[in-house]
Write a protein that binds this ligand. Structure first.
Ligand SMILES: Cc1cc2nc3c(=O)[nH]c(=O)nc-3n(C[C@H](O)[C@H](O)[C@H](O)COP(=O)(O)O)c2cc1C
Length: 215
């Protein structure tokens, strides 16, 4: 495959030049026409929909199958107010108004699940237990990879999403994760686009040749 054909496939919407293994409609839905959403309609989002997204996302690769991503689904007005207090001003109103906000966090104590998730690495949980800094780094790196999948997974479940990092992460951690030790990475509003003001204008993207070197 040449650089030229890859660039062609990254911009094509359909046709013989499209080298994708998924159909054009799915590629549009999950990628090309998926748009960060800032205003949502009143249509509710069910836990079952979020679970359907997770049932896809859980297959994402993580180092040694650690799966450190944890989710807090914030939906009640009371919980939204607790979250809103820690959001940046420019994110507060839309977060309070969204049907749900999913706090995507990393669990540095992910190693507790390793006997189940990574039985091929016998004793690893005990080895990692005293290595707090290593676990924190592993949790963050792998949870961030899972969050990328989560955004696509929520879109595959038919939802529009607005990921945000404009918040006081330590404040959210103290508010919700005092017992668990989870570390907030990204908050994701989810729902269906409002009739007006849902999206900001689409900005440019980089082409393959601008981001990749081929040796
Ligand atoms: C990790 C991450 C953090 C973001 N933080 C914020 C935020 O705090 N507030 C906000 O309004 N948008 C935020 N965004 C939205 C981005 O600006 C948006 O996804 C990007 O500009 C692409 O927009 P488009 O999907 O409409 O093309 C964030 C996106 C990501 C992935």
């Amino acid at each position: 495959m040449t650089t030229d054909t890859l660039i062609e496939s990254s911009t094509a919407t359909s046709g013989p030049g499209d080298l994708l293994a998924i159909d054009a409609e799915t590629a549009d839905r999950l990628f090309r026409e998926a748009h960060t959403t800032h205003a949502f309609s009143d249509e509710p989002v069910t836990d079952t929909q979020i679970q359907a997204a997770w049932d896809l996302v859980r297959w994402a690769p993580t180092s040694m199958n650690t799966l450190p991503l944890r989710l807090l689904v914030v939906r009640t007005p009371e919980a939204k107010q607790r979250l809103g207090a820690h959001m940046a001003d420019f994110n507060r109103d839309k977060t309070l108004a969204a049907p749900v906000t999913i706090i995507a966090a990393a669990d540095p104590a992910f190693h507790r699940h390793l006997p189940t998730l990574a039985p091929f690495r016998e004793g690893l949980a005990d080895q990692l237990d005293p290595q707090t800094e290593l676990r924190e780094g592993m949790a963050r790196t792998n949870a961030l990879i899972q969050i990328g999948y989560l955004i696509v997974g929520l879109r595959a479940a038919g939802l529009s999403v607005g990921p945000m990092t404009g918040f006081d992460a330590a404040g959210i951690d103290a508010e919700f994760f005092g017992d668990s030790g989870w570390r907030t990475l990204v908050a994701i509003n989810a729902g269906y686009p409002a009739d007006e003001g849902a999206h900001f204008p689409r900005q440019a993207r980089l082409d393959f040749h601008q981001v990749a070197e081929v040796l």
